[in-house]
Design a protein around this ligand. Structure first.
Ligand code: PXG
Ligand code: PLP
Length: 435
């Protein structure tokens, strides 16, 4: 490695450690990354929960190339280009029927902050300006912008950044290993954790609360699957009190749980829904907020020449992102990928749960093509045991993700049984070796 690595300040990375022993990817195809040593590495996490159709897919590559030569950029304010409408129309065929309006952003973090602003503005526009509070959840991850970290519940992502947004509170998280360890699929216990919302309503009064935001499946915080009945109960309480429910589907969107969106997998429909990642198969940055007709129409009053929602990004609905998204949706449709996790989840779950009993494994969690393997932390050194496992798997040709002492798996939806076998075998060997 002769390249100078100093100038680049890496995101969410132990910079000094990385630069001593860099891990550089130079190519990717299908399920496989290639690194700068020419090694083949199985992608166990779809890049970063985003490359759902696998890498280097022809329809996506061609769509981006074609678009770059045709229309590189179109200003998104008071202007548009045809493809952005086509994409919105295609997307609402996949969302729950009531979520039929789409607002584009460039990332999940921007989608989250957009949804939070929409929720507060919605109440104000309809004459209920006291509803400004936002309720997130402990251990929630909603990206890294100020709105997202305010409703988020990962201490390490919050504590350096001052007071953040005011008027935010948090539900308790749903992780309950004493009752639910090693559950296959949705845990049986914990629907009642949703009643924590009633407690916050009693404290703050419903008339001050704009919205509740949760990930249907919490990903970044270590793969927490919603207990049976939990999301239904949250929905009921929100309805009872006129509070909007926002699902952050940045990870769960686009087939990860076996349906296009987790809202469909769990049979609970939010009022606003964020997405990103799998929207373009990770190829060009793009995020989206889906809203109901009723929320959208609430803004569509007042003089017609005025901007109804003063919000948007220079790159909202960028032509290259739209091209990538349309190529992605075609690829998903051609190969039935948005429901493929339902076919593969049984075999995936069997493999994962076969790791039970190995040294330090204290819980295994799964839904669709998401898996979590939680390890006992090394005394006084949280996160280190899982990170060592990550390094070992990398050397053995498998890319996994770790968060705290949980290993997260979220492979591309094109995964075959042989890949699952390879992932589980590599993990098994690494766990035995780490003992
Ligand atoms: N919401 C959720 C639920 C997410 O998972 C974001 C918002 C933010 O999206 P952007 O595109 O701004 O990163 C995410 C992102 C991990 C990991 O290791 C997960 C994410 C990002 C980085 C790491 O689990 N999810
Ligand atoms: N900062 C400045 C000075 C700007 O002019 C703009 C956009 O015009 C932004 C930030 C926001 O950038 P973006 O629209 O890409 O989010």
């Amino acid at each position: 490695m002769t390249q100078n690595l100093d100038a680049y300040w890496m995101p969410f990375t132990a910079n000094r450690q990385f630069k001593q022993a860099p891990r550089l990817l130079t190519g990717a195809d299908g399920m496989i990354f290639t690194d700068d040593r020419g090694r083949q590495i199985l992608d166990g996490i779809a890049g970063l929960w985003c490359v759902n159709a696998g890498h280097n897919r022809p329809k996506i590559v061609e769509a981006i190339q074609r678009q770059a030569a045709l229309l590189d950029f179109a200003p998104p304010f008071q202007m548009a280009h045809p493809m952005v409408f086509e994409l919105a129309n295609r997307l609402i065929e996949l969302t729950p029927a009531s979520l039929n309006k789409v607002f584009f952003t460039n990332s999940g973090s921007e989608a989250v902050d957009t949804a939070l602003k929409m929720a507060i503005a919605y109440h104000r526009v309809r004459g209920d300006a006291s509803r400004t509070r936002l309720i997130g959840r402990e251990r929630g991850y909603h990206g890294v912008n100020f709105g997202g970290i305010s409703v988020g519940g990962i201490v390490g992502n919050r504590k350096l950044f001052g007071p953040m947004l005011g008027g935010v509170d948090h539900l308790c998280h749903t992780h309950d290993p004493a009752r639910n360890a090693f559950s296959v699929g949705q845990p049986l216990h914990g629907a009642e954790f949703a009643n924590d919302l009633e407690k916050l309503i009693a404290l703050h009064d419903a008339s001050t609360i704009a919205a509740v935001i949760v990930e249907p499946v919490a990903g970044s915080t270590g793969v927490l699957i919603p207990p049976l009945g939990y999301l239904q109960r949250l929905r009921e309480i929100c309805d009872k009190h006129g509070i909007l429910l926002i699902f952050d589907e940045v990870i769960t969107g686009f087939g990860r749980t076996g349906q296009p969106f987790a809202a469909q997998t769990f049979g609970v429909t939010p009022d606003l829904m964020t997405a990103a990642k799998g929207l373009t198969n990770g190829c060009v940055p793009m995020g989206a907020v889906f809203a109901t007709q009723a929320i959208h129409d609430t803004f569509m009053t007042g003089p017609e020449h005025l901007i109804e929602f003063p919000h948007g990004y220079t790159y909202s609905g960028h032509p290259l992102a739209c091209a990538a998204a349309l190529g992605t949706l075609d690829t998903y449709a051609d190969e039935g990928l948005l429901t493929r996790a339902t076919e593969m989840q049984g075999y995936f779950a069997e493999g994962l749960h076969s790791l039970k009993g190995l040294p330090h494994v204290i819980d295994i969690r799964n839904i669709g093509l998401i898996g979590g393997v939680e390890l006992t932390p090394l005394p006084g050194e949280p996160g280190k045991r899982a990170f060592s496992l990550f390094l070992d798997c990398w050397e053995q040709g498998l890319l996994i993700r770790t968060t705290g002492d949980t290993v997260a798996l979220s492979p591309p939806l094109i995964i075959e049984r042989s890949h699952i076998d390879q992932m589980i075998d590599t993990l098994r060997k690494a766990l035995v070796k780490a003992a």
